[in-house]
Ligand binder design. Structure first.
Ligand code: CAO
Length: 429
């Protein structure tokens, strides 16, 4: 019998991926663990096994195709299963049991009645009249909609039986942004012949940049951002860090200290460690502290998550941070390494800068941006003394976090960072 192998769910945060390799061809005999495709998502490289043994009849995908959960990958001739229900036995001998989901490259038409002045694929669609029924959509589409603050009951589905697909959500957001009261419309890049002004070179935009660009734009357009700037005297912390480095004989950066300090404030201010629920009616306060760390890699920005920072000592954090940033740079992180973050830290301090406004990483509601610490003269009441001052900023979703809470957060963080006795678990081992 023929078995159709489709792409499994790639996990939270990865909705589609590009095929970089298809190591099988028709006629190949493969085992359950054999790799049938290699995917490159915005964040990681993933090998997808067949999970069933058999002989490859047909390969439905090729390198550079973009696929999502449910996309048909290969048809496999497999041995007849021994135990079958009567219903399965009769009709299914030579046919797939389920119709395959269409590949992402050829999605179902998005709009039934397009605006005649717009191309169909990019025409924003208005919401349909409510049917009163719960909307049909996959978990990944629901998550995508949640991240964009999109109410699925307002979205018209163009998939089978009116199922809402990712493109429907994107079109709905485009439509909403095009409405006068819905904020500024998505920017349209001008068609410009730059070469007429001087020599130019075209460079392709990396896949990570394209996808993170879409997410950043969506976050920027849907979340009302405010940024609070502050600074902390980290003179004692820096001296302590240097002494630890000497005794441990290895590099210890500011980040593990920042993570511990941030988590302490998050425990005191649960709203900063929360997310809006899908209805927008209530907040989900998370009792775990998984901190995303923005890592600059040659392929673009990625944000691996360090879990349960509250339960880890400094030494563990130093090691995990080194390991995760190394894996990120070598594109070896797994999908789960990106999942479940409750707050993000973006540190540009190793490079420079006096301050910046990071973009919130939804569904989180706040992000800390860290700039470069410098020695500065500080008046101690009688004279100016040199102190080591760390500038940082907190960008936050103003729907969830009030300005007063934001400044309470940054002030409290300054207090903790400037007073080592307030920082927990400072031992390396
Ligand atoms: N102030 C002063 N010096 C700092 C500093 C700060 N805030 N942060 C780091 N440094 C120093 C470090 O101590 C180190 O000095 P030594 O080499 O003398 O020990 C040097 O700068 C380089 O640090 P680093 O950046 O390699 O290490 P890190 O642990 O601080 O950061 C990581 C690790 C992965 C966060 C970093 O390498 C990185 O990728 N940063 C970029 C993140 C990014 O792009 N964010 C932007 C998101 S928005 O586009």
């Amino acid at each position: 019998m023929t078995k159709e192998i489709v792409l499994p769910d790639l996990g939270e945060g990865i909705d589609n991926a590009e095929i970089s390799e298809v190591p099988v061809k028709p006629g190949d005999t493969i085992g359950a663990d054999d790799i049938i495709i290699v995917l490159e998502s915005d964040k990681a490289t993933m090998e997808i096994p067949a999970e069933t043994e058999g002989v490859v009849k047909k390969v439905h995908v090729k390198p550079n195709d973009v696929v999502s959960a449910g996309s048909l990958l290969i048809s496999l001739e497999v041995a007849e299963e021994k135990e079958k229900s009567p219903v399965e036995k009769t009709p299914v001998k030579e046919k797939p049991t389920e119709p395959p989901a269409p590949p992402v490259k050829d999605p179902a038409p998005v709009v039934e009645t397009p605006d005649v002045t717009e191309p169909v694929s990019s025409a924003p669609v208005p919401p349909p009249p409510s049917t009163g029924l719960p909307p049909l959509a996959s978990p990944s589409v629901r998550k995508f909609a949640r991240e964009l603050g999109c109410d699925l009951s307002e979205v018209k589905g163009s998939g089978p039986k009116g199922r809402i697909i990712r493109e429907d959500v994107q079109n709905f957001i485009k439509w909403r942004l095009s409405q006068p009261a819905g904020g500024s419309p998505a920017p349209v890049l001008p068609v410009e012949d730059f070469a007429k002004w001087g020599p130019v070179e075209n460079q392709p935009v990396s896949r990570i940049k394209k996808i993170s660009g879409q997410r950043l734009q969506a976050a920027w357009q849907t979340i009302p951002h405010v940024t609070q700037y502050d600074k902390a005297d980290i003179t004692d912390l820096n001296n302590f860090r240097k002494s630890l480095q000497l005794s441990a004989g290895k590099k210890i950066s500011f980040l593990p200290f920042l993570m511990k300090a941030v988590v302490k404030v998050l425990q005191e201010m649960p709203v900063i460690n929360s997310s809006l629920d899908a209805s927008g009616e209530s907040l989900v306060l998370k009792k775990y502290y998984h901190i995303g760390i923005a890592v600059d890699t040659p392929h673009g920005l990625v944000v691996p998550v360090i879990r349960d920072v509250d339960q880890k000592g400094l030494g563990e954090l130093v090691d995990e941070l080194t390991e995760k940033s190394e894996l990120a740079r070598n594109r070896k992180l797994k999908p789960e390494d990106f999942q479940g973050g409750t707050f993000t830290i973006s540190s540009l301090g190793g490079i420079g800068g006096t301050g910046f406004s990071p973009i919130v990483n939804p569904p989180q509601v706040a992000i800390l941006g860290v700039s470069r610490a410098e020695h500065q003269p500080v008046f101690d009441g009688s004279e100016f003394v040199p102190r080591y001052i760390l500038p940082y900023s907190l960008s936050y979703d103003h729907r969830v976090v009030d300005g007063a809470d934001a400044v309470r957060f940054t002030s409290r963080l300054a207090k903790i960072l400037s007073d080592l006795s307030q920082l927990p678990d400072l031992k390396l081992l």
